[in-house]
Design a binder for this molecule. Structure first.
Ligand code: PLP
Length: 503
């Protein structure tokens, strides 16, 4: 197994073994505890008085009893069985898994940020409110928008927020009932149509042309005064820049619709161009992809939504605002759609993104995008001739290759390539997405990988392409879990520790 080691050189990494790790219950031993507090300080009579008798346990909770030392060893062993962004390249197209600088961990671990209760009054949280308003204005400058909400806790939550804003905007013009369709290209991320449906709209799909971009004639044929808006990501999910974006914006605005920008791919354009300049009205950002907020395991993320001036009074509230005298206050926008998340969103994810923006500065953010685009194009060139590349022209921060040529020759399928990469010490790329590319391998090397790591990644992908179908099907052979029976796992999922193996 190889992985990128010190200096970016490929090294042998004893990543994972197949020995089963016992569960905490199996490690449990009666009477062991991981804490060593002599007393909670609450006298027994007070505890009895404070906790209603009906809520008191009759017997101790059935939890594992384990010492701190054994607990830490167990967790550390488990962590060594995971692939992570800290361990090696993670070229997961669309989802952007890049290395997150430790500086950002340090910044948000500070007590002044981490130990503040979200219910603390504004008089005690002025520093936090200054941070949030500074972050908001930086995000507006980056996207070319007028105001933003920081509440949504993920990209998909940002999408729903954006659609609710769209609905409120059309509703105020008395057009909510008539405008019931939202257009989405056929290359779009799955959350887009899901959010449209959740927002109470109907999805109208727009086909891509043979260059992988929105087909302008097909778009024109679908535009009417019942269209509420269009959702686009630019670069799109093929990693291609929608060059006709100004014409698209003109056409959608022409029928009274709004343009929604899915900002999950923002790390391709930082400091180069802005959704606001392209004509978008609503933008969500995935801080957990673009601005060094880790998002493995589902979060917590942050999906702020920024809007143009004409939509700002609908934003979720309360919002932190500078009062003009050096203090900050929570303000409810005039026609607010209400809360989209409790408190102020995932505040520490927001602070982490702010530390990343500050550490890079404007020119640093521009370099982030330049490197992301350069790396993706370099890798695309390296794979030419080995894999099919359906849209083989300059891409942005990611590109889509295809294993169709290998499959046709009786070799590997995209899934086999992905599993083999795990054996080579790399995370697998996104497979079978976008749906319009057969045997898709969607690769995003990100800006954080060195030229040596990229060369090792390209080399591994080229070698894998020469494998026989049998070798591909056997992979992964080096991870703690081999190829799972996905159909069985979906239909007969047994997530409990004490499940019988034949359950
Ligand atoms: C293009 C695109 N849009 C939206 C999302 C949804 O973001 P989240 O996973 O934060 O909900 C993703 C996530 O991968 C994405 O790639």
């Amino acid at each position: 197994m190889t992985a990128a080691g010190p200096g970016g050189k490929a090294t042998s990494a004893p990543l994972m073994g197949r020995d089963p790790e016992p569960t905490l219950f199996e490690l449990s031993s009666p009477g062991r505890v991981a804490s060593n507090f002599r007393t909670t300080g609450v006298p027994e009579w007070a505890a009895e008085e404070l906790v209603p008798a009906a809520h008191l346990r009759e017997a101790p909770a059935p939890i594992a009893e384990i010492s701190e030392r054994d607990l830490v060893a167990h967790m550390t062993r488990l962590s060594h069985r995971q692939f992570s962004v800290d361990l090696g390249a993670y070229p997961l197209g669309s989802c952007t898994m890049k290395y997150n600088p430790k500086l950002c961990d340090d910044a948000v671990a500070r007590a002044g940020l981490a130990d503040v209760h979200p219910a603390a009054p504004a008089s005690l949280t002025q520093g936090w409110m200054a941070l949030l308003t500074d972050l908001e204005s930086a995000l507006c400058r980056i996207t070319g928008m007028a105001a933003a909400t920081l509440q949504p806790p993920a990209g998909a939550a940002g999408e729903l927020t954006g659609l609710l804003l769209m609905r409120a905007f059309h509703g105020a013009a008395g057009e909510d009932r008539r405008r019931r369709r939202v257009l989405i290209p056929d290359s779009a991320h799955g959350t887009n149509p899901a959010s449209v449906t959740l927002g109470g709209y109907e999805v109208t799909q727009v086909p891509s042309d043979d260059r992988g971009c929105v087909d302008l004639d097909a778009l024109a044929a679908r535009l009417d005064d019942d269209v509420a808006g269009i959702m686009l990501t630019n670069p799109n999910t093929l990693g291609l820049f929608e060059e006709d974006i100004v014409a698209i914006a003109g056409a959608v605005h022409g029928v009274g619709g709004l343009l929604y920008y899915d900002g999950a791919n923002l790390n391709a354009i930082l400091g180069v161009t802005r959704p606001g300049d392209m004509g978008f009205d609503i933008v969500h950002m995935n801080l957990h992809k673009t601005f060094a907020v880790p998002h493995g395991g589902g979060g917590p993320g942050a999906g702020p939504v920024a809007v143009t001036e004409r939509l700002s009074s609908y934003l979720p509230g309360p919002r932190p605002e500078a009062a003009g005298d050096g203090t900050y206050a929570w303000v409810e926008p005039e026609r607010s759609i209400g809360r989209i998340h409790s408190w102020h969103g995932n505040a520490l994810a927001l602070a982490r993104a702010w530390s990343y923006i500050l550490a890079n500065g404007g020119d640093g953010l521009r370099r982030v995008s330049d490197a992301a685009v350069l790396n993706a194009n370099w890798l695309r060139h390296q794979l030419r001739g080995t894999y099919d590349i359906p849209y083989d022209r300059p891409c942005m921060h990611e590109f889509v290759a295809s294993a169709t040529n290998l499959k046709r020759a009786g070799g590997l399928r995209a899934l086999d390539v992905a599993k083999r990469m795990l054996e080579e010490g790399f995370h697998a790329p996104t497979t079978y997405f976008p749906l319009i590319v057969e045997e898709a391998l969607m690769i995003e090397p990100t800006e954080t990988e060195s030229p040596q790591t990229l060369a090792a990644l390209a080399q591994a992908l080229r070698e894998i392409a020469g494998d026989t179908a049998e070798e591909g099907h056997a992979a992964p052979r080096t991870s703690p879990v081999g190829r799972v029976d996905e159909a069985r796992a979906a239909r007969r999922l047994v997530p409990t520790w004490d499940a019988r193996s034949d359950a």
